[in-house]
Design a protein around this ligand. Structure first.
Ligand code: MG
Length: 449
C-alpha cells in the first residue's frame, strides 16, 4: 500500500504537511533512482517557489543535474522531458484551492511514474536513505528559456493554421490565474483568433475564481461570452492540463462532449485508430469509434494509466470524462493547449457553432454522486457490492461497472478521499439519476451492516 502517493503524485497543504524538508527528501529519493538530467517546473501558487527550491536541492544532493523551467503548464514540462531530459518534477496542486500544493514525478517519456517506482521512493523516504553524492559530483542548475515558445509552436504545427485564421473566431479565455496565462492567450492570438482575456494574470491567490473549472466557478466567463457575442469560451484548471469549453450561447460543455468531438475529428482525419479512455467514460466514445472506424480500450481511472496505455499500444488519442485530452504524438499526459487548438480547428473546418457540433454528438445523460465511506472499509464494501450485483453484466477493471438495460453505473472507491463515487449514464437523466441513487443505496446498505 502506498503511504504518500495518490493517483498522480503527492498533494498536501503547503508548508504545513508539504514542507521544504519533506519535498527535499522525496526529491532526493526520486533523484537517486533517476541520476540524470531532471527538468523542474510548476504552477503559479504562492508556495511553488519554496517547494521548487527544496526539490532542486534534493535532486542536486542525489547527483542529478537540474533544468529549471520556471512557471509553466504541467504538459509543457512533460513535453520538455519527453524530448530532452531523463526525468521531471512538477510542483502543482492542479485544481485544488490555493493553500495546497503537490509534487508530480514523471519518467523519461514524461508519463507519471509507475506505482513500483512510487513504492521504491517511499521505501527510501521512510526506511533507507536516499544516496547523497560527494561535493565534487554535485551537478548544476540551468534553464531553458525558449521552452514555452517551442511548446506553443509545436501546438501550432499540429492544427490547420490557415483555416483557423480565416474563421476569425472570437474567444474569451479564462486561465483562472493559473499556468495557462503563459500559453493559451498567446497561442490563440498566433492562430488568428480574436482573444479577450479574463483572469489571465498569474496569481497564486487565484483572486478571480477557484482554479477548478466547474460550471459554478465559470459564471463570469459564461456571462462574458454572452455579453460580447463571442463564439467560444475557454477555461483551464490551475496547471493547464484541462480545457473546458463554453459554447456561443453561454452553455457549459461537459468534458466528455469535448472528448467526443475531438475523437470524431481525429478518427476522420486518420481513418480510424485506437482510442484509450477509462471505464468511467461516456458510451458516446464507443459509438463514435464504431461509426468512424476506431477501437476503444478502457483502463482504470487515472490519466497516467491512459497515457501509459496509449504509449504501449501506439494509440491515436485518449482522454477522460473531465475534459482531460491526451494526444500521444505530442505529450503523454493531458494537454490543455492542443485541446484548445483542436476545438477552434474543428469549429473552423466545419464552419459550425460549438452548440451545433455538440448537439450532433450521440446524446447521453450522466449523473455523478458520492457516498462517504471510511478508507479501511472500502475493500469489504466493494466485495459485497460485487457479490450483490452478480445478476447483471459487470466490468471490474476499476470498482464495479454494472450494465443494465437503461444504461450503466460505476461504483468505485476514491483513491484520494474517504468516499465512493457513483457515476451513472443513460439516454435520459431520470434513469441516470435513479441508477446513481441505487449505487449510493448499495454502499450505504453494506456500510450499516
Ligand atoms: Mg490539472
Amino acid at each position: 500500500m502506498k503511504k504518500l502517493f495518490g493517483t498522480f503524485g503527492v498533494r498536501r497543504i503547503a508548508n504545513k504537511e508539504l514542507t521544504p524538508e519533506f519535498a527535499s527528501k522525496l526529491a532526493s529519493a526520486y533523484g537517486t533512482l533517476v541520476k540524470g538530467r531532471v527538468a523542474v517546473g510548476g504552477d503559479p501558487r504562492t508556495s511553488t517557489t519554496l517547494i521548487k527550491h527544496a526539490v532542486i536541492a534534493g535532486l542536486l544532493s542525489s547527483g542529478c543535474k537540474v533544468i529549471d523551467l520556471g512557471i509553466l503548464p504541467t504538459p509543457a514540462v512533460q513535453y520538455a522531458v519527453r524530448n530532452y531530459y531523463d526525468g521531471g518534477v512538477i510542483i502543482t496542486a492542479s485544481h485544488n484551492p490555493p493553500q495546497y500544493n503537490g509534487i508530480k514525478f514523471v519518467d523519461e517519456d514524461g508519463i507519471g511514474i509507475p506505482e513500483e517506482m512510487e513504492l521504491e521512493i517511499e521505501g527510501m523516504f521512510f526506511n533507507e536513505n536516499p544516496s547523497r553524492v560527494s561535493y565534487d559530483e554535485i551537478g548544476e542548475v540551468t534553464s531553458n528559456e525558449g521552452l514555452i515558445d517551442e511548446y506553443i509552436d509545436e501546438v501550432l504545427r499540429r492544427v490547420d493554421h490557415n483555416a483557423i485564421k480565416n474563421a476569425k473566431i472570437k474567444v474569451i479565455v479564462d486561465c483562472g490565474s493559473g499556468a495557462a496565462c503563459f500559453t493559451t492567450p498567446y497561442l490563440l492570438r498566433k492562430l488568428g483568433c480574436e482573444v479577450t482575456t479574463l483572469n489571465c494574470q498569474p496569481d497564486g491567490f487565484f483572486p478571480g475564481r477557484n482554479p477548478e473549472p466547474t460550471e459554478d466557478n465559470l459564471q463570469e466567463l459564461i456571462k462574458t461570452v454572452k455579453a460580447t457575442g463571442a463564439h467560444l469560451g475557454i477555461a483551464h484548471d490551475g496547471d493547464a492540463d484541462r480545457t473546458i469549453c463554453i459554447d456561443e450561447k453561454g452553455s457549459f460543455v461537459m468534458g466528455d462532449k469535448t472528448f467526443a468531438l475531438v475523437e470524431k475529428q481525429l478518427l476522420q482525419e486518420n481513418q480510424g485508430g485506437l482510442i484509450v479512455t477509462t471505464v468511467a467514460t461516456s458510451s458516446a466514445i464507443y459509438d463514435i469509434a464504431e461509426e468512424f472506424g476506431g477501437t476503444v480500450t478502457a483502463t482504470r481511472v487515472g490519466d497516467l494509466l491512459v497515457a501509459r496505455e496509449l504509449k504501449e499500444s501506439d494509440g491515436l488519442f485518449g482522454g477522460e470524462e473531465n475534459g482531460g485530452l491526451i494526444f500521444p504524438d505530442f505529450v503523454y499526459g493531458r494537454d490543455a493547449a492542443l485541446s484548445t487548438a483542436k476545438i477552434v480547428e474543428i469549429m473552423a473546418l466545419t464552419s459550425k457553432p460549438l452548440s451545433q457540433l455538440v448537439a450532433e454528438l450521440p446524446a447521453y445523460q450522466s449523473v455523478k454522486m458520492k457516498a462517504e465511506c471510511p478508507d479501511d472499509r472500502k475493500q469489504e464494501i466493494m466485495d459485497k457490492i460485487a457479490a450483490d450485483t452478480q445478476e447483471y453484466e459487470v466490468d471490474t477493471t476499476d470498482g464495479v461497472k454494472i450494465f443494465r438495460d437503461e444504461g450503466w453505473l460505476i461504483i468505485r472507491p476514491s483513491g484520494t478521499e474517504p468516499i465512493f463515487r457513483c457515476f451513472a449514464e443513460s439516454k435520459n437523466v431520470d434513469d441516470a439519476r435513479k441508477m446513481a441513487e441505487w449505487g449510493i443505496s448499495l454502499v450505504n446498505k453494506h456500510l450499516e451492516n
